[in-house]
Design a protein. Structure first.
Length: 573
């Protein structure tokens, strides 16, 4: 019996093993077949098929290639260090001199070596920029936490000399290399243009040898801004440096503008209206800060615009207009820095903000509030430094993209303040004249009637002891001084007025409408909230109706309808 059971068990196990082996062989055969088909499919891949597998325009190298590059760079780094140090000294010192702030007399290197730690490649990409066989564009992402020996000799205007050491450098960025034109002679390209395509992080510390730099107020911030601005504008895109490899002038081949060896050709203008700021940090021990703003796309001295100073105010209203040249809408930023004016002393930094120009729609006004922060790179400071209010309008130069003024089709609106040409060819002519600053221009004065309907308000805060308010609205035109007010609506936090006021405006592009909501009381009047707006939007759209937030309240809003009836008046300049 036991023999019979053992025979049955052995037979069953044997049959099971045979079935399992046969199934395994079938699966193995299927895997081999699928692998062979996959290999065959890869062998048939075209360049177009490959482009579908990776991000458009990018051809990335594998990790082993990065490891090889890093190993080779580490081997040759001592020689690169010596050559790069001399190159930096000869090229950067003139730039530092150009950017030296007013509080310093001179800024030069006394010691400059990059140390023994080589940068690390974190990514390599080939960019398809449409040049085809004319050239190759490569982007390298570098990370460097070096231990260089960099000492700056600094002379201040008060006669103090300081040896300042630059320490703890941490840098991450993407460099773009353009090899152009491709030629038949070795090394197969005539020149290379390089540029810092993207600065992801730049951090360093400054230390006076034998002392503390913080002991001299304003010097540390001035040096840091000088170094960062010099880097930002000397090699940061759209600026490109050209190194000739083979004899010849390749500037016209690499760059679209032959007359300029390093810069891209301008593509448009950016109109910026600095409206106001609120809740700024108070930097004064007595009284309040005296804020002003510096605005720029590139930190060249002749391109940095400075607003007027508003004395003793943490909620300043500037209402100033500035115009900037744009070279690359896809990569450039609008930067704003707000300071406290200290008179003859160095101004104290309050905060900064940045807006990517690629977020702007050509011909459309963008109304933004930007939060001020301490540093654009680190962004670890959570302290409230205030907000700044801007209106932005990007105008391309190309005639086919010219912005037409929607409330008068006979004019090409290339600026919120300027109309360059009237007539049927105005749009194309405006685009042409915008690039020629020496041409005679005209300022346009927009006169007309602004109809303001104060419809209602909602979620107003309670001011009276009974938990209600008696609100009314005061309307003020800032430039002309015209002032009107609504009736009082008693005992409510959600009043309805439905009152319309027709206000004659002499210069709508430069005036502002200020609405203040007050609580009526026989003995005193309490301000509930305020709303400040330019007339740009209603000028472009003709009529708008919207709910606007009230500053000074948590959730209060005012419901308005605005209508504009224009009359253009030209003034020669």
């Amino acid at each position: 019996m036991s023999f019979f059971l053992g025979w049955i068990a052995g037979l069953s196990i044997g049959i099971g093993l045979i079935v399992a082996f046969a199934r395994y062989e079938k699966i193995r055969s299927s895997r081999r077949y699928n692998l062979a088909m996959t290999v065959a499919a890869f062998a048939k891949l075209t360049l177009q098929d490959t482009e579908k597998l990776i991000p458009p325009g990018h051809y990335r190298y594998p990790s082993w290639a990065l490891n090889w590059l890093n190993q080779e760079l580490a081997k040759i780094w001592p020689y690169v260090n010596e050559a790069a140090s001399e190159l930096i000294r000869s090229n950067v010192e003139p730039i530092l001199e150009q950017y030296t702030p007013a509080v310093l007399e001179s800024l030069k290197f006394s010691t400059l070596t990059l140390g023994a730690v080589a940068p690390q490649f974190k990514g390599v990409s080939i960019i398809d920029d449409g040049s085809g066989a004319e050239g190759i564009t490569m982007e390298l992402e570098l990370q460097w936490e070096g231990r260089p020996k960099i000492v700056l000799d600094i002379n201040t205007r008060i006669g103090v000399s300081l040896p300042v050491e630059v320490k703890d450098i941490k840098f991450t960025g993407v460099f773009r290399l353009i090899f152009k034109p491709l030629v038949h002679a070795f090394p197969c390209f005539g020149a290379v243009a390089y540029s810092l395509r993207q600065k992801k992080n730049l951090h360093f510390t400054l230390k006076v040898i034998g002392g503390e730099i913080s002991a001299i107020p304003g010097i540390s911030n001035a040096i840091e801004e000088t170094i960062k601005d010099a880097i930002e504008d000397s090699i940061t895109w759209p600026v490109r440096k050209i190194v000739s490899i083979l004899p010849g002038d390749y500037s016209s081949v690499i760059l679209p503008c032959p007359s300029d060896l390093v810069e891209l050709k301008p593509v448009g203008t950016l109109e910026v209206k600095l409206v106001q700021a609120k809740d700024l940090t108070n930097k004064d021990l007595v009284g309040k800060s005296d804020p002003f703003a510096r605005i720029f796309i590139r930190p060249l001295r002749d391109r940095i615009k400075r607003s007027k100073t508003i004395n003793n105010q943490l909620n300043p209203i500037w209402n100033e207009h500035f115009e900037f040249i744009v070279e690359d809408i896809s990569t450039q930023y609008l930067n704003i820095r707000v300071y406290d004016d200290e008179g003859v002393q160095a101004s104290e930094f309050i905060g900064c903000a940045r807006l990517a120009l690629k977020d702007l729609e050509p011909g459309k006004v963008k109304d933004v509030w930007l939060k001020l922060i301490k540093d654009l790179e680190v962004q670890r400071d959570t302290k409230n430094r205030g907000q700044v209010h801007l209106e932005l309008l990007y105008i391309p130069f190309s005639a086919e993209s010219s912005v037409i003024n929607p409330f008068n089709r006979d004019f090409g609106l290339t600026s919120l303040e300027k109309v360059l040409k009237s007539g049927k060819d105005g749009a194309a002519e405006a685009s042409k004249l915008a690039r020629t600053t020496t041409e005679r221009k005209k300022d346009v004065i927009v006169r007309g009637v602004l109809s303001v309907t104060v419809i209602a308000a909602e979620n107003l805060p309670a001011v009276d002891f009974m938990g209600k308010s008696d609100p009314y609205v005061v309307l003020l035109m800032k430039k002309s001084g015209t002032k009107v007010k609504t009736r009082v609506v008693n005992n409510t936090l959600n009043p309805e007025w439905n009152q319309t006021f027709d206000i004659l405006v002499e210069d709508a592009l430069h005036d502002m409408l200020i609405l203040e909501v007050w609580d009526h009381d026989p003995f005193k009047k309490d301000k509930i909230g305020r709303c400040i707006m330019t007339l740009t939007r209603v000028l472009l759209e003709g009529e708008i109706e919207d709910h606007f937030s009230l500053d000074g309240t948590e959730s209060g809003k005012i419901h308005l309808r605005l209508k504009w009836s224009p009359q253009l008046v030209f003034r020669d300049t």
